[in-house]
Write a protein that binds this ligand. Structure first.
Ligand SMILES: Cc1ncc(COP(=O)(O)O)c(C=O)c1O
Length: 351
């Protein structure tokens, strides 16, 4: 047998060169100081650990490919048919599936600038054209986005990284007027809105006029287990079911999501905490002389012309946050709503 001297080399597809890698938020030394990734300050429901431990005894079995029980529960919750729901390995997986199905080979997407990074990266992966429409007053400029003759229009509501929310009437108008063929509304943070207008677009998804993305990573506190879902017209769900990896959502993740759904009390506690501490964080940071964009999410965006100085000041007290420059908004810093101890750390840092 001869040994080949040189290695075979394959180059990635050329359009992948322009992708800017995703850099996740950094954890601080303590959970209380970790304000970079918009995780739940109260963790998951205690029911989750029990359900995961029980499911672990069946770890040698493949999971239910379509997470049937979870689908049924969510269908009941949202008043749709189970065939209108697709569970994913986090909503990020579903964003990639949508790009493969509806943007690959010359598709066109429109989104806000800055975009949620996965909307941007998934479009680039499938070599689609992406039109980014600058925010107006820190919120989606739906009037400007309406004109784009796109395959997909992405609306993130509430938006990340600004935390601003659109009212359902505005989204309904956009669904009616937009030139885009498919409207995708990402509602990762919708559970934290208290603006009575800023309610879910699931009624539009029920009628097949939008795709709504949801995640178990935020109010349910399951970011580490990776569960998200979408609600859509059943033809869209059928297409995405064909192209997905069949076992992308593990059995432990499915059990955890079911247990989380079964604990509405925990969800209410997380929501109550988030609204209370969002207000407290906003007041504290404002008192320290910064301008805070009013938020409807579980984080706030702080205007800080010297971004690095604020980050360094917080880091000295064991707090990690997300630099706005990494999120497409230089001169800002994004801070997750903290625990009570976390708020105290912020207070000390800004004193
Ligand atoms: C707007 C938005 N969509 C989706 C996600 C990701 O959700 P998942 O953890 O379900 O992939 C995030 C996470 O930060 C987000 O900010």
């Amino acid at each position: 047998m001869t040994v080949r001297a040189e290695q075979r080399v394959i180059e990635p597809r050329p359009w992948l060169d322009s992708i800017r890698p995703y850099h996740p938020g950094q954890h601080a030394a303590s959970d209380d100081g970790s304000l970079a990734s918009n995780e739940s300050p109260l963790g998951a429901s205690p029911h989750v650990a029990r359900a995961v431990a029980k499911a672990a005894s069946g770890a040698h079995h493949y999971p239910d490919p379509l997470a049937g029980e979870l689908c049924e529960e969510l269908a009941r919750l949202h008043g749709v048919a189970p065939e209108q729901i697709l569970i994913g390995n986090g909503s990020d997986e579903l964003i990639f599936l949508l790009a493969w199905a509806y943007l690959a080979h010359g598709g066109h997407a429109v989104c806000a600038d800055p975009a949620y990074r996965m909307d941007e990266i998934s479009s680039q992966v499938v070599d689609a054209r992406l039109t980014k429409v600058p925010l107006r007053d820190w919120t989606h400029d739906l009037d400007a986005m309406t004109a784009a003759e796109a395959d997909i229009a992405y609306v993130v509501n509430p938006h990340n990284p600004t935390g601003t929310a659109l009212g359902l009437p505005a989204i309904e108008c956009f669904a009616a007027d937009s030139k885009a063929r498919l409207l995708v509304v990402d509602e990762a943070y919708i559970d934290f809105t208290d603006d009575p207008d800023a309610t879910t677009a699931i009624p539009l998804a029920r009628e097949g006029r939008a795709v709504v993305l949801r995640t178990f990573s935020k109010i349910h506190g399951l970011a580490g287990l990776r569960v998200g879902y979408l609600v859509a017209d059943r033809r869209i769900v059928a297409t995405l079911r064909k192209i997905r990896a069949p076992f992308s959502v593990g059995a432990l993740a499915q059990a955890a999501a079911l247990a989380a759904l079964g604990d509405p009390g925990h969800r209410q506690a997380v929501r109550r905490h988030t609204l209370q501490y969002r207000r407290a964080l906003t007041e504290l940071v404002t008192r320290a002389g910064y301008h805070v964009i009013p938020s409807q999410a579980n984080f706030v965006l702080v205007q800080a012309p010297d971004e690095d100085a604020l980050i360094t000041r917080l880091a000295a007290h064991g707090i990690s946050v997300r630099p706005g420059s990494a999120l497409g908004l230089p001169g800002t810093v994004r801070m997750s709503v903290p625990t009570a101890k976390g708020l105290h750390l912020v207070e000390q840092a800004l004193a």
